[in-house]
Design a binder for this molecule. Structure first.
Ligand code: GDP
Length: 491
């Protein structure tokens, strides 16, 4: 009947065209079933190959998750601590993601780890520290199969907490001490687990992770533990082993973080409650929502007035915020070519500080916006400083990433992973405020991002053995970032 056809298509839309598997509990994780209604842009549909890969991953997760006999078998090997012959790969192999650094960094490294798990047919488990617990729902539909690392995981918590660049178990140090060889033709005994240190202080030998032949070696290790504060997806494109698969998974290169972000991240009911309350109280009534994310890094700080001017200059350059009658110099501009000026607009500010909100709000209070549209300015919180290890602080941060992602238009701060995550979820190429160099206000206030993809804040930067990808082909979809010339991004 007609109504059931509409019902079916509503259900498909609700689950992002099949990106999310049906059948999970609507009440346990409301955002999973409701967020699709809030996003304004969904520029890329998932490829059939990605859908197959996700369904396979979910099936594997169900089969191998904590609590299953296969998990018990794999952890028994880990508990014995013995080395296994490299031909003895287990039926279930695992990637354990360890949280590190701010929320935006965590989401981007977790998303990268998830793609790496998809590419290597591994089960993804996450170590949930106190400040991370309760932020997200389990992404995989089977309620019995959690992605959380259980407390009785054989590697003790204290040992996991200490993992870092100097750990004996790191891939770099195992290579250095010759406990492992990165010559894939050599049959050596594999340690029961290998720690991948991919955080910003990594050393040359850790970087070998980004090499084709090293991936062939790592494929034989049953347990990998990974810590990173980066979006390292662009580096996966530089490895021949993953080339074909990536091409089939993501026909549009800039859709990786957009699709995987919407697949993987679902705010828990408590965070989702904050998002919805705020959205319906302040943003829903407007005809257009403009998200403005302002991050002042201590290493690149400039005076508040200068930053405010930079935001306004960016807005004029990219025509984002509604113009006001008579600009700061008292000049009037021709209003006829200002498009959509009669729409009511809500400007959502996300920042640790209240200064920019105060200034922007005053601007629209003291001056009329051109055209007929009403303009509201809102800021959900101003936490003043970044705090680590506090649940409520992270809940607000996550709620604001989602509120920004429900915008029609975005201005974000370059180099900010918080901003990257909002743009990816929103499916938008933001106007990115450029970072001050040496505390000097940048000459160009902002640049329109070439893609909605985050920047990998480094390059693999390592000479590799083995098959290489075609660098010329690679340069057609990986380039230097607008906000960090030493970083790379997909486009
Ligand atoms: P990045 O440092 O900008 O790359 O982003 P991260 O998310 O990794 O770290 C910044 C942290 O500071 C966030 O996780 C929040 O805890 C906090 N923070 C930064 N900007 C905001 C903001 O606009 N709103 C809120 N609520 N918190 C913020």
């Amino acid at each position: 009947s007609r109504s059931s056809a509409t019902g079916a298509s509503n259900a498909a839309a609700e689950l992002f065209g099949g990106l999310l598997a049906p059948g999970s509990d609507r009440h346990a994780c409301q955002s999973r079933h409701q967020s699709a209604r809030y996003y304004k842009h969904s520029p890329y549909a998932p490829s059939p190959h990605l859908l197959r890969k996700l369904r396979d991953h979910e099936a594997r997760h169900k089969k191998c998750a904590p609590g299953t006999p296969l998990y018990a078998k794999s952890t028994a090997q880990l508990r014995s601590g013995g080395r296994s012959s490299s031909t003895e790969a287990m039926e279930c192999q695992y990637l354990v993601w360890l949280p590190y650094n701010g929320l935006g960094n965590r989401m981007l490294s977790l998303l990268s780890a998830f793609l790496y798990a998809l590419l290597t047919d591994r089960v993804l488990l996450v170590r949930s520290t106190d400040d991370f617990a309760g932020l997200f729902c389990d992404p995989f539909p089977d309620a019995a199969a959690t992605w959380l690392l259980p407390p009785d995981f054989p590697v003790p918590d204290a040992n996991i907490s200490r993992l870092g660049v100097y750990s004996d178990e790191s891939y770099g140090n195992l290579l250095g001490s010759k406990k492992i060889s990165n010559d894939p033709s050599k049959a050596t005994l594999m340690p029961s687990y290998v720690y991948l240190h991919l955080a910003h202080d990594l050393r040359h030998t850790d970087r070998l992770f980004y090499c084709n032949d090293d991936q062939l070696v790592l494929a034989k290790v049953n347990w990998l533990l990974l810590q990173s504060d980066f979006y390292f997806v662009p580096a996966l494109y530089d490895m021949a082993v993953f080339e074909d698969e990536l091409r089939r998974l993501f026909p549009a290169k800039e859709s990786v973080s957009h699709l995987l972000g919407r697949y993987l991240f679902h705010p828990s009911n408590s965070v989702w409650g904050m998002v919805k309350r705020y959205y319906h109280s302040y943003l829903a009534q407007a005809e257009e929502r403009i998200g403005v994310q302002i991050r002042m890094f201590s290493w690149a700080s400039i005076p508040v007035d200068d930053m405010y001017k930079q935001i306004m200059a960016c807005s004029r350059q990219e025509r984002i915020l509604p113009e006001i009658e008579g600009d700061e110099m008292g000049n009037t501009t021709d209003t006829n070519n200002i498009v959509g000026n009669d729409k009511s607009k809500a400007i959502l500010i996300a920042s640790l500080h209240a200064d920019y909100y105060e200034r922007i709000k005053s601007a629209y209070y003291e001056h009329a916006a051109k055209g007929e549209g009403r303009v509201g300015v809102f800021q959900p919180s101003h936490e003043e400083r970044q705090t680590e290890g506090q649940r409520s602080h992270n809940e607000k941060a996550l709620a604001e990433i989602y509120l920004l992602s429900f915008s029609e238009v975005l201005i974000t701060t370059g180099m900010s992973t918080f901003g990257y995550m909002s743009s990816s979820l929103a499916g938008l190429r933001p106007a990115m405020l450029l970072t001050a160099n040496d505390h000097k206000v940048p000459e160009t206030p902002c640049e329109r991002a070439v893609s909605m993809e985050p920047c990998f804040h480094m390059t693999p930067g390592v000479k590799c053995q083995g098959k290489a990808v075609d660098k010329e082909a690679l340069s057609r979809h990986v380039k230097a970032c607008e906000d960090l010339p030493n970083g790379i991004k997909l486009f």
